[in-house]
Design a protein around this ligand. Structure first.
Ligand code: NAD
Ligand code: WQD
Length: 333
């Protein structure tokens, strides 16, 4: 298949390009590089030995998006492009609503116009809100605590309503849990701009000496050791889930959780990182971070049963691969 990957130069997008190419698909990337670098696509080519056609475009611009749809007979779209920092979304709500919703609407409109019936959307476990665990696709969604989360919930609704009105259109909503790790080559991985918001890149930056100390946000939650529990998923497993989803996509809407189904606490993750990589990660316990939920993880059975997908990599793989990427970054690749 020929797949348009929006946001394909980014963290999850670049790993998905690798898996798509290795599965024999053709990949066209549309990315404005607002949170990524063109070099990641060079690395994708190095890993796979295959070419990627790259358009440096903003997918909120209808005319340029239409040009791509007009120029290539596409079989599917995987829409990763979006702004994703929860804290920033509270400061710049309009940018988040504009970027994340307009891009989804334009890509949906063009998919309908050019008869592209496979649309995979990057959603997030954040749409469940503070629900009971494990999170299951059939649950009633609760409000999220920030504009970023709302853009994901709204994009899901836009896509579901579109399918209701046009039954030939096919949409798969993938709700990711906490993606971490990097490709085992160490050539692509997560490269946050400025101070990382997420736990794993913060750990790797402390381990490499780029930052002094990790702050652990709260140790008084009702969890195994008092720290927050999340369902960390290796980005390569996540990327493989996209390939399976786009290959199996049929008319209608399907929703799949992509997680491991297992929860890991902050302290468990930090200690596994230190043991596997034989490194010290200094940390201190701080107050809870506003908006955080104590614990959540996926019920990942639907993806296993219907897509045949299962997260294969362990927490040890995640911390090893995340550290390999950080080291390569420090060495200049
Ligand atoms: P990322 O920032 O690394 O990748 C997003 C890519 O989209 C970047 O390359 C960026 O330059 C591009 N982009 C943003 N707006 C664009 C626009 N208007 N036009 C063209 N390109 C644009 O983020 P990621 O972690 O790879 O996330 C990919 C998707 O998955 C996002 O939609 C994100 O919300 C979603 N998601 C991420 C996580 C996570 O923890 N990383 C969890 C759940 C969902
Ligand atoms: C994980 C755990 C923190 C940083 C976010 C988004 C979510 C999704 C994934 C996009 C929590 C703790 C963190 C630190 C810490 N993204 N922590 N010190 O908040 O579960 O999810 O990314 O859709 O929408 O909200 O991920 O990595 O920030 O936090 O103690 O420096 O680590 O409190 O328990 P989160 P995270």
């Amino acid at each position: 298949m020929r797949i348009l990957v929006t946001g394909g130069a980014g963290y999850i997008g670049s790993h998905t390009c690798v898996e798509l190419l290795e599965a024999g698909h053709e990949v066209i990337v549309a990315d404005n590089l607002c949170n990524s670098r063109k070099e990641s696509l060079e690395m994708v080519k190095r890993i796979t030995g295959k070419d990627v056609l790259f358009y440096e475009v903003d997918v909120t611009e209808e005319q340029v998006v239409e040009k791509i749809f007009r120029s290539h007979r596409l079989d599917g779209v995987i829409h990763f492009a979006g702004l994703k920092a929860v804290g920033e979304s509270l400061e710049k709500p309009l940018s988040y609503y504009y970027n994340n919703l307009v891009s989804t609407m334009i890509l949906t409109k063009m998919s309908l116009k050019y008869d592209v019936n496979r649309f995979v959307f990057s959603s997030s476990a954040t749409v469940y809100g503070d629900n009971t665990v494990p999170f299951k696709e059939t649950m009633k969604l609760l409000p999220t605590t920030n504009p970023y989360g709302e853009t994901k919930a709204m994009s899901e609704r836009i896509l579901m309503d579109t399918v209701k009105a046009d039954q030939s259109f096919g949409v798969t909503l993938l709700r990711y849990f906490n993606p971490v790790g990097a490709h085992e080559s160490g050539l692509i991985g997560e490269e946050p701009n400025g101070a990382p918001n997420n736990l794993m890149p913060f750990i790797t930056q402390v381990a490499s000496g780029r930052r002094e100390k990790l702050s652990i946000f709260g140790n008084d939650y009702d969890t195994v050791d008092g720290t927050g529990v999340r369902d960390y998923i290796h980005v390569v497993d996540l990327a493989k889930g996209h390939v399976m989803a786009v290959e199996k996509l049929k008319p209608g809407v399907e929703i799949y959780n992509l997680g491991t189904g297992r929860g890991t606490s902050v302290l468990e993750l930090v200690h596994t990182f230190m043991e596997v990589n034989e490194l010290d990660v200094p940390y201190e316990i701080r107050e809870r971070r506003q908006g955080d939920i104590s614990s959540y993880y996926a019920d990942a059975s639907k993806a296993r049963i219907e897509l045949g997908w299962i997260a294969e990599k362990t927490i040890e793989d995640m911390v090893r691969d995340a550290w390999r990427f950080e080291k390569k970054q420090a060495e200049g690749k």
